[in-house]
Design a protein around this ligand. Structure first.
Ligand code: CP
Length: 305
């Protein structure tokens, strides 16, 4: 059986095109499994997985837990807000205590960029990054690219515009790495203040006019404004942001072509996207969530192999 080139999934930056193809091909098989009446396989029956979340999550946490249970793994969940972290315990101590209970894989979300990489060097378990600050969210990047591939058949030559708060977005970074490795063209679009200065090093197109970005692309991935990571004001008002970068039905209809609309969630309806677009036939937002389970099953299965 083919194996991933890495022991941990810390970011898309650190994996190869071959790894991504392997994950996608495995996810194709698991997607078929999770659409059967009996959605479970015994593949990880002897594996114990800890989901440790130091930051809020709905989709990623539930999706990992479901993926683990569909693979028959034993699962424990840890939330920093209800743990002894608040009593001053360090990250390494916390995780080593969890590992002392014979855990094989740790799925971790943390507000600090690099926390999963740090952990992978200090504890004896496989680490899966479920989002670390504004650094990477590798399984989101994989499930987004997988959803485009499912819709369009191939990623090579597909034009994807990522619109919104690029500066604070781990989803944008993981999408850029994943899409480029698979041969897609990527554009980022948003106000100058929300485009990071290092973007030129990532070989993506930059556009500040959303309508031009939408005219260019086959797929638009709409990101929310990450107010929880913003320490200063990056645009004059939310009203102005919505006027410049909010996607509504009128703008979509004016394009005179069909594009696919994506959103990693959580959606701020009426800000980056209106309900009539989020719930339209152009939107694959719920397919992304469904594909997230298959992708996470594939990642865990391949890492455990
Ligand atoms: N897409 C995503 O990471 O959502 P959650 O923050 O709800 O996990």
């Amino acid at each position: 059986m083919s194996q991933l080139s890495v022991q941990h999934l810390l970011g898309i930056k650190y994996i190869t095109k071959k790894d991504i193809e392997l994950i996608f091909s495995q996810a194709d098989q698991f997607k078929e499994v999770i659409n059967r009446p009996i959605k479970k396989v015994p593949s990880l029956r002897d594996i114990t997985i800890a989901n440790i979340f130091f930051e809020n999550s709905t989709r990623t946490r539930l999706s990992f837990e479901l993926a683990e249970k569909r693979l028959s793994a034993d699962v424990v969940n840890f939330s920093a807000s209800s743990s002894s972290v608040s009593k001053g315990e360090t990250l390494i101590d916390t995780v080593n205590n969890i590992l002392a209970m014979k855990v094989d894989i740790v799925v971790m979300r943390h507000p600090k960029p690099g926390a999963p990489l740090f952990l992978s060097k200090h504890v004896n378990a496989q680490i899966v990054n479920a989002g670390d600050g504004a650094h990477e969210h590798p399984t989101q990047g994989l499930l987004d690219a997988f959803s485009i591939r499912e819709k369009l058949g191939d990623l090579k030559g597909v034009k994807v515009a990522i619109v919104g708060d690029i500066l604070h977005s781990r989803v944008a970074i993981s999408n850029i790495y994943c899409l480029q490795k698979m041969g897609a063209e990527v554009m980022v679009c948003g106000p100058t203040t929300l485009i990071p200065k290092y973007i030129s090093a990532l070989n993506v197109k930059v556009e500040h006019d959303m309508k031009k970005a939408l005219q260019w692309c086959d797929v638009a991935n709409m990101l929310r404004i990450q107010l929880e990571r913003q320490d200063i004001q990056y645009f004059p008002s939310l009203r102005e942001y919505v006027m410049m970068y909010g996607l509504n039905k009128q703008i979509l209809d004016s394009l005179k072509k069909e594009i696919i609309i994506m959103h990693p969630g959580p959606i701020n309806r009426g800000v980056e996207i209106t309900s009539d677009v989020a719930d339209s036939k152009h939107s694959v937002i719920l397919q992304q969530v469904e594909n997230g389970v298959a992708i996470r099953m594939a990642v865990l299965y391949l890492l455990a192999s």
